[in-house]
Structures are given as structure tokens and as C-alpha cells.
Ligand binder design. Structure first.
Ligand code: MRU
Length: 346
């Protein structure tokens, strides 16, 4: 089990391992208010779809603590406003909206209680969201391991590990499981421009575990795939539409196209909380655009000329047809996705 503590709620505060600073500094960003959590999600102190969801749930708990001093009506009104702020802190990963909806339901169902009791109920719900994600990851990892060949050379993109979840990880969780189960695997990790989640976070997690791996520039992946050096591609997801179209870190779509051309299995690894059953296709997924500075600068150092225009979408959508299967805690979903994804709702 990974020892990395990405998110911890203690002493009425939310401690987030500051992912902006890894791997050089290991520091915690302490949230005392829901506004702190909103900032932490926007600025990517915490990132990765399931981790954002869990952090936002604790943001609602902090809001309840902040507003307990107000009378009931005011408390409820402020709580809904806080939920709204957190709901909108990042637009693409649906786990965030899913977690806030769960918290809002608890608020609704318990609005007749004293504010202190509502706080307790919200705290219990956030703890459940946290714990469920951890156990879900373990189940995903076990299903996922079943498709990993004994000596697989695996390519992964972005960070989908303990840092992106409440522990263990999704795609990186499958990699962990394969390694722990004694398979002789090797991992290529894309650096994942522009935020470098692969170089800064995945490489750090792989090194901590001692999993044999190499870090590559994103543009190396195509050559490795063409040369038959990749057996399997495992990536995460931020939102999966009912037809299997999947939004994930920018660059995922490009990998899927190359994988299809060269016949390399391409799997999405995600909990069912990442499925948006309300949307029919990827066309309905809102893709976050982030600041120009993420592209023009690396670690605060300018690498592009002043005044250059930048297009910086944080995610792209991989069409379901490019995906071999979707590994979830309920099993591995195969085509036809439209039919088989719906079965997960039951
Ligand atoms: O912008 P990020 O770092 O939040 O993007 C993260 C990803 O795209 C991950 O692949 C995805 O959230 C799955 S994490 C288990």
C-alpha cells in the first residue's frame, strides 16, 4: 500500500500534500476555510479527478465549521453558496460535481438538525467519500492486473497515482498491483506538458516504489509505440460519457490515435464516479482552458517570448472507438460501450 498521504482531515483542518512543489519540496498546504480549498483546487495544490472530489467534500465540511455561528436559515443559505463555489472550482473532472452533489444531499436531508449535528453528518459523508475511493482503487487495480502481461512494458500519461486519488491510484494503481504481484513490468511515463504531472509526480511515485521505469518527453511515445516497444497503454480519466468518449489530460487523444494505428491495447482506468451518465458523448464535456503562463514558463522561468498568444486546453477527448476497454471497480467494460456503460449504473 502506498504511504503517500495526499489528503488528510485532522484537527478541523484539511492537509493537502502540495503537488505544485513536488518532487523537490514535500510540504502540506493547510486549508482552514472552504475558500482555501477552492483556491487549492484551482491552483492545483490538489489535482486528479478523485482527489479533487474528496478535497471538495472536505471543503464543504470546513464551510459548515465556518458558518456554524450563524442562525439556521443563514447557515443553510451560506452552505449552498459554498457548495456552488466548490462545484465550479474546476470544470472537467466530474468527480468534483459528484462529490458536491453527495454533500448537498446530506445537507438537504438533515436541514432540520442543529448546525453542530449537520456538521457531524457532513464530516461522516466526506470521510465515506475518502474511504470509498481508496477501496475502489484497490478493486480497480485487481481487475486491471488481470490484463497486464507478465513482462508488460506499459506506457502511462499524466499522474493517476496515490497523488491523484485518496491513495493507490487508478492507472498507476494497476501498475502498482502488477508490480506487487510479482510481474516483471517496465513503465514509460510521459512527462505530460505543460504541468509536467508525469515528470514531477508519476516519476516520483514510481521512484518511491522502486518500479522499473523511464521518464520520456511526450513526443517520444509515438516512436516507442511504432517500434513495438509498448505492450499496453494505461491512462486515467476526468469524465467518461455514456458512449465511452473520455476526457483526460491533454495528449491522451494523440496517444490513442497512435495506439490504434499500431494495434496497441489502450485502456482507460477509472472509478465509476468518473462516468457522467447524463451525457451521451464527449461533445458535451467542457474542457478547461488554463493560463498562458503554464506554457510560456517552466517553474517560473520564461521560455517563450513576451506577448506570444497561447492555447492551453488542460484536457482532450478520446473517442470511445479508440479505447480497448474501461477498467472500473465493477469490472472491465468492453464495447459496445453505449450498452455496457449503462449496465454500471444499476
Ligand atoms: O489537471 P489534472 O492534473 O487534475 O489532470 C489529471 C488527469 O488528467 C488524470 O489523468 C485524471 O484526473 C485521472 S486521476 C486518477
Amino acid at each position: 500500500m502506498s504511504k503517500i498521504k495526499t489528503i488528510e482531515f485532522k484537527d478541523e483542518k484539511l492537509f493537502l500534500l502540495d503537488q505544485r512543489k513536488l518532487p523537490t519540496d514535500y510540504e502540506f498546504f493547510v486549508c482552514e476555510t472552504f475558500e482555501d480549498v477552492d483556491f487549492a483546487i484551482k491552483d492545483m495544490v490538489v489535482r486528479g479527478a478523485p482527489a479533487i472530489g474528496a478535497a471538495a467534500a472536505y471543503g464543504v465540511v470546513l464551510a459548515a465549521r465556518q458558518f456554524m455561528k450563524y442562525d439556521k436559515e443563514d447557515f443553510i443559505k451560506r452552505m449552498y453558496e459554498a457548495c456552488n463555489v466548490l462545484y465550479n472550482s474546476r470544470p472537467t473532472a466530474v468527480n468534483l460535481m459528484w462529490a458536491i452533489k453527495r454533500m448537498r444531499k446530506v445537507l438537504e436531508e438533515n436541514r432540520s438538525l442543529e448546525t453542530e449535528e449537520i456538521y457531524e453528518k457532513l464530516r461522516e459523508e466526506a470521510d465515506s467519500i475518502f474511504k470509498e475511493d481508496l477501496s475502489t482503487n484497490k478493486k480497480i487495480a485487481e481487475f486491471g492486473n488481470s490484463i497486464v502481461p507478465q513482462k508488460a512494458i506499459i506506457l502511462t500519461h499524466c499522474n493517476t497515482g496515490a497523488l491523484a486519488t485518496t491513495g493507490y491510484g487508478t492507472a498507476l494503481g494497476v501498475i502498482r498491483e502488477a508490480f506487487y504481484s510479482g510481474k516483471d513490468i517496465f513503465v514509460y511515463a510521459d512527462e505530460t506538458r505543460p504541468r509536467l504531472q508525469g515528470a514531477r509526480l508519476t516519476a516520483w511515485e514510481l521512484a518511491q516504489e522502486g518500479i522499473p521505469s523511464k521518464l520520456i518527453a511526450d513526443s517520444v511515445a509515438a516512436t516507442l509505440i511504432r517500434d513495438g516497444k509498448i505492450d499496453l497503454i494505461l491512462v486515467g480519466a476526468d469524465r467518461i460519457a455514456s458512449n465511452g468518449d473520455t476526457a483526460n489530460k491533454i495528449g491522451t487523444f494523440m496517444l490513442s490515435v497512435i495506439a490504434k494505428v499500431y494495434g496497441v491495447p489502450f485502456y482507460i482506468v477509472a472509478p465509476t464516479t468518473t462516468i457522467d451518465f447524463d451525457i451521451e458523448s464527449g461533445k458535451e464535456i467542457k474542457i478547461e482552458e488554463r493560463s498562458a503562463e503554464e506554457v510560456t514558463h517552466i517553474s517560473g522561468v520564461r521560455i517563450a517570448p513576451e506577448g506570444i498568444d497561447v492555447y492551453n486546453p488542460a484536457f482532450d477527448v478520446t473517442p470511445g472507438e479508440n479505447i480497448t476497454g474501461i477498467i472500473t471497480e465493477k469490472g472491465i467494460v468492453k464495447k459496445p460501450f453505449k450498452e455496457n456503460i449503462l449496465k454500471l449504473r444499476e
